[in-house]
Design a binder for this molecule. Structure first.
Ligand code: KIV
Ligand code: ZN
Length: 404
């Protein structure tokens, strides 16, 4: 059943496999994600997460920043040596030592990528790098060339791209592609942009950079204003072919775009975006739990897709609708993301239909009088107790059956 609201031309475009685009998923849980305060993982944990990401169907795994520490170098190297099925990428600043270390770590992978970055915004040029625009272009070109001498898969990121003057951004991007960059990533490093603005930046790059068709455009959004996922999707609408994201949205400060959210938005609203990914969505919840366990970062209960409440319904009106027809209140099947079933939580907002359904699941068929009495007692209990367990329901039913 189509769930498209009307009033939007794109949303009403018929879904047609022939004009769908494949979007590459670039996971940076092990690099940007690990930069979340308190999220460090050891070598064994990183190897387990990397294997899970490959099994999930991630196209590119950014395994770390090899120059950052001997431990990071070793983790990227071992991931490159053992994990198969995804491109393995190492991050490097635009200098020889970083790029050489990145190559030394990733070179064991059948598909290896070096990702070089250099800040381009006026704020970063003036206060952090103390470099002129000419010097930035020169350093970016030298970095990309050095990486391209090692491998033919080179990504370049103009850091803080979304706060960079458009003329200068176009100039750096064109020069990086000429030097051999095959992916141009446009980071919103500080989570400052919004969907309309990022759409315009991507469209502008596609219109103004003459060699743009020689590289894949990529989006990398941070969540400081809570718009990382919306911004990533807007970039896709404007032609991005790669999304950089992390499991559970972990990352610097407020985090990165959450992989599970961008993937399920593209899948659930395929009618609108007309894009596919290679992600095996049934693995999303297990991978989310694994990353949470390895990093010690809890997933909030109401987190989209992977939170404990994402497929839980408590209100009586919603539960009644769900029992009649799931699509009334459910836009995705829990099974599609690896959750066994929808949870009709019994609480003070629940109604008789959900209680009768639970009683039936527990093996009891109640008369309407019995159901009414149990329901009244259940409501009194729910006012006092936050969590109502099946054991509580069974106790109420047993009391009723033995008393009647
Ligand atoms: O946010 C950012 O700018 C980054 C770059 C290194 C791509 O993480
Ligand atoms: Zn980042």
């Amino acid at each position: 059943m189509s769930q498209s609201p009307s009033g939007n031309e794109a949303a009403e475009k018929p879904s047609d496999a022939s004009d769908s685009r494949m979007i590459r998923i670039f996971d940076t849980t092990l690099r940007d994600g690990e930069q979340s305060p308190g999220a460090s993982m050891n070598l064994v944990e990183k190897l387990e997460v990397a294997q899970a990401l490959a099994d999930l169907g991630v196209d590119i795994i950014e395994a770390g920043f090899p120059i950052a520490s001997p431990g990071d170098f070793e983790a990227v190297k071992q991931i490159a040596q053992t994990v198969r099925g995804s491109t393995i990428c190492g991050l490097a600043r635009c200098n020889d030592k970083d790029i050489d270390a990145a190559w030394e770590a990733v070179k064991y992978a059948p598909q290896a990528r070096i990702h070089v970055f250099l800040a381009t915004s006026a704020i970063h040029r003036e206060f952090k790098l103390r470099m002129t625009t000419d010097e930035i272009v020169e350093r970016a070109v030298a970095g990309v060339r050095r990486a391209a001498n090692y491998c033919d898969d080179v990504e370049f990121s103009p850091e803080d791209a979304c706060r960079t003057e458009h003329d200068f951004l176009c100039r750096v991007v064109e020069a990086a592609i000429d030097a051999g960059a095959t992916t141009i990533n446009v980071p919103d490093t500080v989570g400052y942009t919004n969907p309309k603005e990022i759409f315009n930046v991507f469209r502008m790059l596609r219109e103004r950079v003459p060699n743009m068709d020689k590289a894949v455009l990529s989006t990398h959004c941070h969540d400081d204003l809570g718009m990382a996922v919306a911004n990533s999707l807007a970039a896709v609408e404007a032609g991005a072919g790669q999304i950089e994201c992390t499991i559970n949205g972990i990352g610097e400060r407020a985090g990165n775009a959450a992989l599970e959210e961008v993937v399920m938005a593209l899948k659930t609203r395929r009618d609108f975006y007309q894009c596919d990914t290679r992600i095996d969505t049934k693995r999303l919840v297990p991978v989310s739990r694994l990353v949470s366990k390895m990093t010690g970062i809890q997933v909030q209960r109401n987190k989209a897709i992977v939170g404990r409440n994402a497929f839980a319904h408590e209100s009586g009106i919603h539960q009644d609708g769900m029992l009649k027809e799931r699509s009334t209140y459910e836009i995705m099947s829990p099974d599609d993301v690896g959750v066994a079933k929808t949870d009709l939580v019994l609480g003070k907002h629940s109604g008789r239909a959900a209680l009768a359904d639970r009683a039936k699941t527990l093996g009891y068929t109640l008369t309407s009088e019995q159901l009414q009495t149990v329901f009244d007692q259940f409501k009194r209990l729910a006012d006092k107790k936050k969590d109502i367990y099946d054991g509580d329901i069974v106790a109420l039913i047993q009391q009723q059956i033995s008393g009647s």
